[in-house]
Design a protein around this ligand. Structure first.
Ligand SMILES: Cc1cc2nc3c(=O)[nH]c(=O)nc-3n(C[C@H](O)[C@H](O)[C@H](O)COP(=O)(O)OP(=O)(O)OC[C@H]3O[C@@H](n4cnc5c(N)ncnc54)[C@H](O)[C@@H]3O)c2cc1C
Ligand SMILES: NC(=O)c1ccc[n+]([C@@H]2O[C@H](COP(=O)([O-])OP(=O)(O)OC[C@H]3O[C@@H](n4cnc5c(N)ncnc54)[C@H](OP(=O)(O)O)[C@@H]3O)[C@@H](O)[C@H]2O)c1
Length: 242
């Protein structure tokens, strides 16, 4: 049985009509940056729970979650409407393997995300571990529209971070067009980052759209990279959001 902790919403920031960031206080949890936890609301007499990645680093007592409204979904439209002072239930057992402690050493850490999949990477980047372990870190964020390039202040404030964006459904001069896997295959991603994406030097973490995970894993396989497993170390670690 899941134990549920009761948190209080301290802020609900609307980035766009569909994108929101919730901050929640009053919940004491142990977890590693990159992990997720189930959050829940009581809807029609039932507790409806979904996994959400932490955006905050574990040392921050205020939890932060970054979400998108899936209009037909049961939970996300309601999360987007929460107000300061509202209750959010948080499960007591965070989990997940998209964590740096599972990763072999490498020169370069690539963090590739679509949409809300950027969340766990922001948590990791707000801890000391990646900055101590990797010579280069590249954060990649692919979104449909430029207005979905969120957390700009936080990201731009991270000294030494390589940051490459993709905007796929409108022209955007500062971003690459198209999708991550194609830009790996044709070399545009490496060129934009100015760092090699190679099995000998890189660990790659992927998060977001499941089809992106599949297509990107295939593009990386063409470069001699394979899924990382504890018993068979490799280069690719993934987390699917649906
Ligand atoms: C390990 C894990 C971590 C997750 N972390 C986050 C997170 O940090 N932020 C977040 O917004 N969601 C996250 N999700 C997805 C989240 O759990 C919900 O599925 C989402 O909030 C929609 O909930 P819902 O009840 O409204 O609709 P659901 O019934 O859960 O989803 C309906 C459909 O919406 C689409 N969908 C679901 N999530 C997303 C998404 N994030 N972006 C685009 N389309 C989506 C899919 O097509 C899915 O089949 C995570 C999922 C997993 C498995
Ligand atoms: N409520 C609202 O107003 C509202 C508004 C927008 C979205 N939504 C909801 O949010 C969902 C979409 O969320 P999202 O835009 O964050 O996620 P998404 O559909 O995963 O798109 C994010 C980025 O991932 C790219 N991508 C998709 N499939 C890929 C693949 N196989 N390989 C590589 N890249 C891939 C997309 O490129 P492409 O553009 O080429 O697909 C886009 O650049 C919708 O289904 C909808 O339910 C709601």
């Amino acid at each position: 049985m899941t134990a549920w902790l009761q948190g209080t919403v301290t802020e609900n920031r609307a980035w766009t009509q569909a994108l929101f960031s919730l901050r929640v206080s009053g919940v004491d949890l142990k977890y590693e940056a990159g992990q997720f936890v189930r959050i829940a609301l009581d809807i029609g007499g039932e507790r409806v729970a979904r996994p959400f990645s932490f955006v905050n680093p574990p040392h921050d007592p205020v939890l932060e979650f970054y979400g998108i409204v899936v209009p037909e979904g049961p939970l996300s439209p309601r999360l987007a409407k929460l107000r300061t002072g509202d209750t959010l239930f948080v499960a007591s057992n965070p989990a997940g393997f998209l964590v740096l402690s599972e990763l072999p050493d490498a020169q370069t850490l690539w963090l590739l995300s679509t949409g809300t999949g950027i969340a766990p990477f922001l948590s990791m980047l707000r801890t000391e571990a990646p900055w101590k372990r990797f010579r280069h870190i590249v954060l990649v964020h692919a979104v449909r529209h430029a207005r979905e390039l969120v957390y700009q202040d936080l990201i731009r404030g991270m000294k030494g971070l390589g940051y490459v964006t993709f905007v796929s459904r409108e022209p955007h001069a500062a971003s690459l067009a198209g999708r991550i896997p194609q830009a790996i295959a044709d070399g545009r991603l490496e060129a934009a980052a100015g760092v090699a994406l190679a099995a000998a030097t890189s660990q790659v973490m992927l998060c977001g759209n499941p089809q992106m995970l599949k297509d990107t894993t295939a593009a990386l396989a063409a470069r001699g990279m394979r899924k990382h497993r504890r018993r068979a170390p490799g280069h690719i670690t993934v987390e699917s959001f649906w």
